[in-house]
Design a protein around this ligand. Sequence first.
Ligand code: KYN
Length: 305
Amino acid sequence: MAVQGAGLGEEAPWKKMSKEELEIQYSPSRWVVRLGAEEALRTYSQTGTQATTQARATRRSLLHVPYGDGDGEKLDIYFPDGVSEAPIFFVFVHGGYWQSGSKNTSAFMVDPLTTQGMAVAVVGYDIAPRGTLDLMIDQVTRSVAFLQKQYPSNQGIYLCGHSAGAHLAAMMLLTNWTEHRVVPNLKGLFLLSGIYDLEPILHTSENDALLLTLEDAQRNSPQLRLQAARVPPAAALRTLVIVGQHDSPEFQRQSREFLQVLCRAGWQATFEELPDVDHFEIIENLTQKDYVLTQIILRTVFQEF
Ligand SMILES: Nc1ccccc1C(=O)C[C@H](N)C(=O)O
């Protein structure tokens, strides 16, 4: 099957790129302007570790809650002040090319969001080589089903994914929830700097650990799947596709094309390019309450009440 530009009929532009060029386009750290590549990755990991340490020290939390039987099937929940049986959840799926990162270093947004009254759940999943992409998608699905079953009177679940985590979150648009015997109260999807067509990844070194075949890539590409399947859009769900100004041109193209596919399929979706942020700042800055994306999240969530 030829992967084409979103319905435009022409060959996808990445197919004309050399292997070297594709490698650069799909290496987010090489597009960071404020720091060198290695320093950018280090800062990202330090910021996440620090935010998580602070969240665990200061917020009421339930840590390492099992949502399944597997060792990696655990999530952390951070609560706002005051007892609420009916929380609004912000569920975060971390990035790292499906092969790095952890819930234990990804609680970036806990402080500003819990301060405003939301509960934040940070999902752990089995990264490669331990987990396959199919397993990771199933794990994120089960983590969302678990939260709905544990908190049946929640006032909304907002799912957010970054980078590879945005891919995993986007796959939730294709979930048949009746198989999980629960329909989560999903109200919003925040997809940050994601990858929605996985085929280009096959031609990069990121696939050394993932070992995706073309069939794996196609089966797990939300862009292709939503183009092919007639999935009825969920009326109550808003999707925000968001990319950083300093994300690579390929990452920007991935987000814009996925937005087009969503809109054509009838989903309620909008697009934002955030000025002055790169692939890592887009998420690191969520530690700050006055960051434009923190404000977008709060407006999206609280306007609906
Ligand atoms: N650690 C990450 C966390 C989040 C998102 C991407 C990464 C990456 O490492 C990407 C790639 N290996 C890079 O060097 O840009």
